[in-house]
Write a protein that binds this ligand. Structure first.
Ligand code: NAD
Length: 437
């Protein structure tokens, strides 16, 4: 029996979601038995090394060393816990469907049991829970319970999101397992949506698709602003004050990336298509996002002409600040497009360089922002890391060979950039009102 009074849990998959879930529950007093097939990762975790960069996670794992147990052996989790939270990856396949092979590997590894439940935190297509229950039934494991409990944490604030979620969604068959999941989350005092399994699965996909739609919408508004002389930052401020709209996810930029939005939007589109429904809106959301990443190239060409031999600096590579996650980052497309256009690309990211090196070829990685701007013909802000807001633009102007700053996240102060004698290009920003560049 565990050292605490709270329900011990198993966590299968110790990536962003699994490790944060385990550490978060440890903070609530639960013992967590964490399983991964990646032996090096488990060895590192046993020795106190955290494989990902996520604010507050290292401290939380260190604080609860006695409650967090790491192993590659699933039997250990089955022995100590009846709730097994599944947080394995569900990446996209070539067809755009979610790849459920890791989920199925977990399902296959479960023994017949009347005492255990799988609690699905991985993002899966609607109907996955029912098909897993069918598999259990066909294999004489009908006693194994199933609960859908989708995860909404955001990388970069994952620990905070776990401890103060907007809501907890529990989709189940109204049995002990659903009750137990509700119970383990009770200390968080979050709004609870208890529903059927399919609806819970859809809440997750629909939420991400809606947020992605909001981003593509404001990006299209930004593009029209560029044609008409309006300023999208002002427009978004005016829109966001309408409480039906809200200010979040109305920041125009060079497109969304990350491990969730692109794949979940595509997976929902695919899911609809597989069931015979053409989800027209999501096609546009995806296409707008792809084109948005490429618009940076035409902005650079507008000012520099041909990019052949030009020195282009990228500030930031991660798909958003406060993470080292490079999955589907806009910088991947951007750096490849720039090199295809003949440019020399140099780049700096405060934490994502190691991950970026695995995915990006031909880029000159530099150890700081000043070393990226030094001698550059143009600089593109790709990720809005706070330190880029602190740059001294007089120094930047002095170090650059050219004058162009493309602010891919509308993060910099255009007035300060222009005051240094630089040319500022944001996304959907009006030209300087009082002269300037
Ligand atoms: N990252 C996010 O921000 C986020 C947010 C909400 C939901 N999700 C969803 O949560 C799931 C996990 O995402 P992630 O970003 O944590 O993934 P990740 O790639 O960081 O981690 C997945 C982990 O699962 C392990 N694994 C794979 N197969 C396994 C198996 N059979 N047994 C044990 N471990 C196994 C991998 O080795 C890896 O450590 C995905 O479905 C994702 O869509 C992610």
């Amino acid at each position: 029996m565990s050292s605490s009074e709270r329900e011990p849990i198993g966590v299968i998959g110790t990536g962003y979601v699994g490790l944060v879930t385990a550490a978060g529950f440890a903070e609530l007093g639960n013992d967590a038995w964490c399983i991964d097939i990646d032996e090096a990762k488990i060895r590192g975790l046993q020795e106190g090394r955290i494989p990902i960069w996520e604010p507050g996670l290292e401290e939380l794992v260190a604080k609860h060393r006695d409650r967090l147990h790491f192993s590659t052996d699933i039997a250990v989790a089955l022995e100590h816990a009846r709730l097994l939270f599944v947080a394995v990856g569900t990446p996209p396949t070539y067809s755009g469907d979610a790849d459920l092979s890791a989920v199925h590997a977990v399902v296959d590894a479960m023994p017949p049991s009347d005492r255990h439940a799988l609690v699905m935190k991985s993002t899966v297509p609607v109907g996955t829970g029912d098909s897993i229950k069918r598999v259990f039934a066909e294999r004489g494991k009908a006693g194994f319970r199933y609960v859908s409990c989708p995860e909404f944490l955001k990388e970069g604030s994952a620990v905070k999101d776990f401890l103060a979620p907007d809501r907890v969604v529990v989709g189940d068959d109204g049995d002990w397992a659903g009750d137990a999941v509700v119970e383990v989350y009770r200390p968080l005092d979050a709004p609870l949506v208890r529903t059927d399994i399919r609806s819970a699965e859809m809440v997750k996909l629909a939420s991400n698709a809606f947020l992605a739609t909001k981003i593509s919408f404001i990006n299209e508004i930004a593009n029209v602003c560029e044609e008409t002389g309006a300023d999208v930052v002002e427009v978004a401020r005016g829109m966001g004050l309408d409480e039906r709209i809200g200010p979040k996810f109305l920041q125009a930029g060079i497109g969304f990336g990350g491990s969730c939005f692109p794949k979940d939007v595509t997976a929902l589109k695919q899911l609809a298509g597989n069931s015979g429904y053409h989800f027209q809106l999501l096609n546009s959301v995806i296409e707008v996002n792809e084109l948005q990443k490429r618009r940076v190239i035409s902005k650079l060409e507008k000012h520099l002409g041909s990019l052949v031999g030009k020195e282009i600096g990228l500030l930031g590579l991660a798909f958003k600040p406060n993470t080292d996650d490079m999955r589907e980052a806009s910088s991947l497309v951007l750096s490849a497009r720039l090199q295809a256009a003949g440019a020399n690309v140099r780049a700096y990211d405060p934490v994502a360089e190691d991950e970026a090196r695995k995915l990006i070829r031909g880029v000159d990685f530099r150890p700081s922002a000043p070393e990226v701007v030094d001698g550059a013909d143009a600089v593109v802000l790709v990720t809005e890391w706070p330190e880029f807001g602190e740059l001294d633009f007089a120094e930047v102007a002095g170090a650059m060979r050219g004058t162009l700053v493309v602010d891919g996240r509308n993060f910099l102060d255009p007035t300060a950039v222009r005051a240094a004698g630089l040319t500022y290009e944001g996304v959907g920003r009006a030209a300087a009102r009082n002269g300037g560049n």
